[in-house]
Design a protein around this ligand. Structure first.
Ligand code: HEM
Ligand SMILES: N[C@@H](CC(=O)c1ccccc1NC=O)C(=O)O
Length: 290
């Protein structure tokens, strides 16, 4: 577009911006700006440093961008779970592929945060009080969606009734993995009824019938191509989630060493224990047998 054309477009837009009837948003759509649509006033006024320290801005922005990406992950995971539960696997593949790409953005952000040195962080760490990533409810919801259930973490939100009830609802709902296993059964693969009717508020544990069913899928790809693709999409998502956990752990070790966490945990030792957890254990166990 030439400069003149560009300018005349801008003029046209300002023409449209004239209120037709003062006080009534009759022409709201045409009036809307980039900043209105994206809610930039509220997003860009939310970087409130508690210290005078230059590097606190990085710390805030990394967390805020992470929470925005988590919002998208949840949006996709919830829709993928509903789609699989409804027997529609193809749309779920697209959503899970997107989740894995977003997770890569989250993994990359550790490289940016690694530019924060221990000395720099210690200059504003005291301002954080007892707040901690442990309280990230979106991260907890993602873990629940993936089947890592834990009733005890709800107590973190005891004084935030709306959050508490949202997490409680997710705790009792079947996870992405639970609905995938139901599809295995619907396709005639023998799954222990106890696995299908399990208490969804409990963490996923490895089940022999589920491992045998996935093994059948991997050994008979021609017959179960869609289930094979589903399995690999799930492995992609778990793989990224574990990398995120690992990079978090190494970044934390680099920045605070073995200090206790602001959230009250042992810090790095706690994060190391979390790494032992697996979301879709059978999909990892079966690989030895192939
Ligand atoms: C200087 C940077 C960081 C340090 C030193 C740090 C440290 C820690 C520590 C020690 C814990 C354990 C809980 C506690 O006692 O506080 C934790 C948990 C957590 N952090 Fe970070 N963290 C950092 C950055 C981040 C970032 C950028 C995110 C992204 C949102 C994040 C998300 C989380 C989450 C979700 C947990 C809970 C993990 C779980 O319980 O499985 N952290 N962090
Ligand atoms: N747990 C961290 C503090 C921390 O990282 C944090 C503090 C407030 C808001 C988000 C945080 N990020 C992740 O845990 C620490 O022990 O230094």
């Amino acid at each position: 577009m030439s400069q003149a054309e560009n300018e005349s477009q801008i003029e046209n837009q300002s023409e449209k911006r004239k209120p037709v009837d003062a006080g009534i948003h009759t022409n709201f759509k045409n009036d809307m700006t980039y900043g209105d649509y994206l809610g930039l006033d509220s997003i860009l006024s939310s970087q409130k440093r508690l210290s005078e320290h230059h590097d606190e801005m990085l710390f805030i922005v990394i967390h805020q961008t992470s929470e925005l990406w988590m919002k998208l992950i949840l949006h996709e995971l919830e829709a993928a779970t509903a789609s699989i539960a409804g027997g529609e696997l193809e749309p779920a593949f697209k959503m899970l592929a997107r989740v894995a790409r977003v997770q890569e953005q989250l993994i990359q952000s550790w490289d940016v945060l690694s530019t924060l040195t221990p000395t720099e962080y210690m200059e504003f760490r005291d301002h954080l009080g007892h707040s901690s990533g442990f309280q990230s409810w979106q991260n907890r919801l993602i873990e629940f969606c993936l089947g890592h259930k834990n009733q005890k973490v709800l107590s973190v939100y005891a004084h935030q009734p709306e959050l508490h009830s949202r997490l409680k609802k997710a705790l009792y709902q079947p996870s992405l993995y639970d609905v995938s296993i139901k599809v295995l059964a619907e396709r005639g693969l023998p799954i222990d009824p106890a696995r299908l009717q399990r208490d969804f508020s409990e963490d996923t544990t490895a089940d022999a019938s589920v491992e045998a069913a996935w093994l059948t899928v991997y050994r008979n790809v021609d017959k179960y191509w869609d289930l094979y693709e589903l399995a690999e999409k799930l492995v992609d998502v778990e793989d990224r989630q574990q990398r995120w956990r690992y990079n978090h752990l190494k970044t934390v070790e680099r920045i605070i060493g073995y200090k206790r966490g602001t959230g009250g945990s042992s810090g790095v030792m706690y994060l190391k224990r979390v790494l032992d957890h697996r979301f879709f254990p059978e999909l990892w166990n079966l690989r030895t047998q192939l």
